[in-house]
Design a protein around this ligand. Structure first.
Ligand SMILES: NC(=O)c1ccc[n+]([C@@H]2O[C@H](COP(=O)([O-])OP(=O)(O)OC[C@H]3O[C@@H](n4cnc5c(N)ncnc54)[C@H](OP(=O)(O)O)[C@@H]3O)[C@@H](O)[C@H]2O)c1
Length: 335
């Protein structure tokens, strides 16, 4: 029996076990991918901490992966064999572009994911690896890329020339949102707890940034940037009140996360008087995913990879996520 190597969650709040497991066999409609790289998301960290619904160990974590198709199952076009691919980690979105179905799942819980040398996925989840990306960049793209794309365009309705604010720019999704909005011709401002990350954002095309840990940062922001038509946020928490305060009349605030918890205060007077749209967003449909890949290829966008770790050292990368020193994505390599 062929064996693969994988990082397995056996118990929450414990290190992942670096184990050998039987090589998965592609079922009808599936392919086996020999992975070159995988990438981490905040989701993986939350799962290891027990802060995610439906955790059922043992499971191989990891939603993002890039590699080469090694076997095709029944009913799969054999032309996929040997192709360099990335994986759409969102499965069973359903027919409604406005929201995912109840059957929607994400690779890496409940199904075994990409923190492994091999993974089986349905062939319909495959996309050709964009040719301008190296293997770490390719793995960094899928989950964060589609989340940013849907938040900025499908839900945010971004138009060229608009003023956009992206909070917590060190985040993997936030960095893509910055790159996408800049490529679409917006004037993009950011917030961060780190001056160095603001500098990195400026190098990627941001106008400038503000430290959200400074009380009153938003007053300076409005003086310099005016009122943003679109705000992309994944923090919520105490900082959310400032976003409602500065949003332009008729503007949108799109949230794809709530890292800092629910807003402490929601000023509904401002929401209705300013005709704001508070918009939720989660990953994306198959159409969002395809559109995201096409956008990345058209604008030759390179995902920002902060650091690459060998698969065996995945726990080190996960532990670093606790304090978020990264700018962009952490990637695991299988070789
Ligand atoms: N709905 C979805 O489909 C979806 C998809 C992906 C992620 N998410 C969620 O979105 C959030 C970010 O995910 P990610 O993978 O991009 O995470 P990540 O790369 O781990 O992002 C961490 C960053 O969040 C920023 N941050 C933390 N607390 C903040 C606060 N109070 N105010 C503003 N920014 C703050 C920090 O930015 P600075 O270092 O710049 O201060 C930090 O570097 C998580 O809650 C995640 O679960 C949801």
């Amino acid at each position: 029996m062929a064996l693969i190597k994988a990082l397995v969650l056996k118990e929450v709040k414990q290190l992942l076990a670096f184990d050998e497991r039987p090589e998965p066999v592609p079922q009808p409609g599936e392919v086996l991918i020999k992975l070159k790289t995988a990438a981490l998301n905040r989701r993986d960290y939350f799962i290891t901490q027990g802060l995610y619904p439906g955790i059922k160990p043992p499971v191989v974590l990891g939603s993002d992966g890039a590699g080469v198709v090694a076997h095709t199952g029944e009913d799969v076009d054999p032309a996929w064999l040997g192709k360099e691919v990335i994986i759409n980690p969102g499965r069973d979105w359903g027919d409604n572009p406005a929201a995912q179905s109840n059957a929607f799942t994400i690779l890496g819980l409940p199904r075994d994911g990409t923190f492994a040398t091999h993974v089986c996925v349905p062939a319909e989840q495959l996309h050709h690896k964009p040719a301008h990306l190296n293997w770490p960049e390719a793995a960094a793209l899928p989950l964060a890329g589609v989340t940013a794309y849907r938040a900025v365009f499908s839900q945010g309705g971004l138009q060229a020339g608009q003023t956009v604010l992206i909070t917590g720019i060190g985040g993997g999704v936030a960095t893509f949102a910055l790159q996408f909005a800049v490529a679409a011709g917006a004037k993009v401002w950011v917030t961060s707890s780190s001056p160095q990350k603001i500098q990195r954002a400026v190098q990627l095309g941001a106008q400038d940034g503000f430290d959200y840990t400074n009380e009153g940062w938003f007053k300076e922001f409005v003086k310099m940037a005016g009122a943003p038509q679109l705000i992309i946020d994944s923090a919520g928490g105490a900082g959310y009140a400032a976003l409602i305060h500065i949003a332009a009349p008729g503007g949108r605030i799109v949230n794809y996360g709530a890292t800092a918890g629910p807003p402490e205060k929601l000023d509904l007077y401002k929401v209705f008087w300013k005709q704001l749209r508070l918009q939720g967003s989660t990953m994306g449909s198959r159409e969002d995913f395809s559109a995201m890949i096409a956008f990345v290829e058209k604008h030759r966008i390179k995902p920002v990879v902060d650091a690459v770790f060998p698969l065996a050292e995945g726990n080190r990368a996960l532990q670093q996520m606790k304090t978020s020193p990264q700018f962009g994505k952490y990637v695991l390599t299988m070789e």
